[in-house]
Design a protein around this ligand. Sequence first.
Ligand SMILES: Nc1ncnc2c1ncn2[C@@H]1O[C@H](COP(=O)(O)OP(=O)(O)OP(=O)(O)O)[C@@H](O)[C@H]1O
Length: 364
Amino acid sequence: MSFTTEQIINALRTVNDPDLKKDLVTLNMIRDVRIEGMRVHFTVVLTTPACPLKEVIRQMCVEAIHKLVDKDLQLFINMTSEVTSVRDTSPLLAGVKNIIAVGSGKGGVGKSTVTSNLAVALAKQGARVGLIDADISGPSVPTMFNCEHEQPAMIAKDGKNLIVPIEQYGVKLISIGFLTPADSAVVWRGPMASSALRQFIGDTDWGDLDYLLIDLPPGTSDIHLTLVQTIPVTGAVIVTTPQKVAVADAKKAVSMFKQAQINVPILGIVENMAYFTPEELPDNKYYIFGQDGGKKLAADNGVEFLGEIPLVQSVRESGDSGLPVVMKEGKTSEAFHELAQAVARQVAIRNAQQEKTKKVEITT
Ligand SMILES: Nc1ncnc2c1ncn2[C@@H]1O[C@H](COP(=O)(O)OP(=O)(O)OP(=O)(O)O)[C@@H](O)[C@H]1O
């Protein structure tokens, strides 16, 4: 008995990606189908680097083919991944698939800590990742990545001088901290800070990236406006603690991204310092900032809750020593890895289901 690739593809048309709610063939996730007698080879291209649904999807493919084609076929399924993108074809950041803004309402809620660990976790999961420290007046990325004394090189490309990002822990980084002395008290006027951000976006040699994360200053500022006017942002992640005042400010950040003129999709809310847990008693949880504030904010605004990160001494120590906690083993590291999977998943869902974001046009 002989089989055709058509039969295999038709069977796979009945398998829906559980997140993206469309079938694998329509989503262009099935490639290179090859049949040799009773042996069938094909590749499934998943849309996130460490897809938690990998095994579920593989099993669904096996079941569909065995049920609809022949139960005795031997299947050789190569599971790989390719991050999706709905960017326009603008020459700015042409090789960058997704731009993710990380914001918070209130300062000090751990936005830079979360962004740094998220970037490293995504890179460790196999993605190509960049990080712009857009907190121009309070850059913390150089410290958190232990590269305070690095100075980026310049490179000439297509007649333009570009800044070469510093690479650390698999992440390409740029920060104003690399360009000004660490202890200099530079007071950045709004327009100067905005022009620094434009340089980080337009005059830096980012190359090809799956995710470029932007660590924004807290609140809403010129920088936020500059970002959305310079480049279409794939989506925003909002960091908050469960505390009432932090949640109230995070709500404003959500509203800012959601407002009609800006219209950046919210990928979800992260609750940092969700509870305190002593390192030696990891099962003890103390809700010192209140409980579930971030979860409730997500539910009230109809957006995804991406996960909770505990308040742990080692997170602070790792940040200060420049080795993000996600570089180590343990429960907190796992929490950041789960967060990275959740963010990648929301990017894939957003790309499959929503229109591309438009750059905000300046109106006077
Ligand atoms: N989950 C956590 N557990 C322990 N300490 C944390 C945690 N998250 C952040 N911190 C610590 O809290 C402090 C503030 O964190 P961070 O600088 O990341 O906040 P931020 O919101 O980016 O601040 P800013 O408003 O200045 O931009 C840092 O000392 C950091 O190490």
